[in-house]
Design a protein around this ligand. Structure first.
Ligand SMILES: [Zn+2]
Length: 360
């Protein structure tokens, strides 16, 4: 097991800063831990309430209760670091669609860095609600030539080449970089993605937007896409929704009043999608989120329980993301008894590969 500098496993807290970030000397692992913490001598530890930025879009929804009381045509609620100057690798959003979004594609990391950007964009979606006949488009219906796709994009006929799939609440869809994709109308979607603004638009339903057909064709996969999602039950509370090389995406369901401990060695976003929860003294209701990085804290579900989404910036599932509290003390000791069970269920889940039906 990776350890550093011959120091043995205990966590040493250092000075506390007024901004709420704590510098810790080193987080070390006890011998039972499976995944090592990052081995930095001084790490920044953060738990903060995520700031919500509303983006108004022509394809947005006028009135998005119960997610927000905001008026206007809201297309996106973006969850951001409390301090906008702070960086993050992932971007968490809620999308509300009353019209179809543009048909577009994102480059991968290599293509993005060649273009002078930090990273490309792979994304994953969880459908939270869907009207009848709601659809998402992922990939093309068949392998097409670049010439064919270019002609379709220029003539406004690209919609017919997109592989549209019926969307239902609970569907999880992975969209690797390079996949031509689109989101139809009548959907509420939780989206986790690599943080990148690099989008190449192929078609935008004659809305007034510049298209990037050359750049899109240079990075796009011009064929059908297998929408394969690895998912499985990690514990009674944790459901793995998706893993990609850049993040894991989970749904967490907590019984009313139950107490837990959350612990993460990496950038992690937790969004409440139902009920309420107190996460390290940040009370979150539906549509509210917290950001954590190299931190731990107590979690208590509200009187009606809580349903949370967690997305964290690493490709492997975190076995100890959520541990059951055995003390009424907010930061008291926590049971190790769930670890072996979680290890077994984790292995089963990771071994399980389920293919979403092409259409339903
Ligand atoms: Zn996209």
């Amino acid at each position: 097991m990776a350890q550093s500098g011959g120091l043995s496993g205990r966590l040493t807290n250092g000075c506390e800063l007024a901004c709420g970030r704590r510098y810790v000397r080193q987080q070390m692992l006890c011998a039972s831990r499976l995944l090592p913490m990052p081995l930095k001598r001084w790490s920044i530890m953060t738990i903060e309430r995520a700031r919500i930025e509303a983006h108004f879009k022509p394809w947005g929804v006028d009135g998005i209760l119960p997610w927000s009381t905001l008026g206007g045509r809201v297309g996106e609620l973006c969850f951001e670091r409390a301090d906008a100057a702070q960086q993050s690798q992932l971007q968490l959003k809620l999308l509300f669609t009353n019209q179809p979004l543009s048909i577009h594609v994102h480059p991968g990391d290599e293509q993005a860095t060649e273009a002078g950007f930090v990273r490309g964009k792979t994304e994953a979606w969880l459908v939270l609600s869907a009207s009848a006949n709601a659809k998402v488009g992922v990939g093309l219906v068949r392998t097409c030539s670049e010439r064919e796709v270019r002609a379709a994009a220029e003539q406004g006929a690209l919609v017919a080449l997109i592989d549209w799939r019926s969307a239902f609440a609970g569907d999880v869809i992975n969209v690797p970089a390079g996949t031509i994709h689109a989101i139809g109308e009548g959907l509420v979607i939780a989206e986790i993605q690599q943080r990148s603004d690099l989008t190449y638009h192929l078609y935008d339903y004659d809305r007034d937007r510049q298209l990037d057909i050359d750049q899109a064709l240079a990075v796009a996969n011009l064929g059908a896409v297998q929408v394969r999602v690895r998912f499985g039950r990690l514990s009674d509370q944790r459901q793995l929704l998706s893993t990609t090389p850049y993040f894991c995406f989970e749904q967490i369901t907590l019984a009313p009043g139950s107490r837990w401990r959350i612990e993460t060695p990496c950038e992690t976003w937790v969004l409440c999608i139902d009920g309420k929860a107190d996460i390290a003294e940040h009370l979150v209701a539906r549509g509210e989120a917290v950001f954590l990085e190299r931190e731990h804290g107590s979690v208590q579900a509200g009187p009606e329980g809580a349903k949370l989404l967690a997305a964290y910036a690493q490709p492997n599932v975190l076995p100890y993301l959520l541990q059951r509290a055995v003390s009424d003390q907010p930061d008291g000791p926590f049971t190790p008894s769930g670890h072996s069970l979680l290890g077994k269920t984790l292995q089963r889940a990771v071994n399980q590969t389920a293919e979403r039906p092409a259409d339903r």
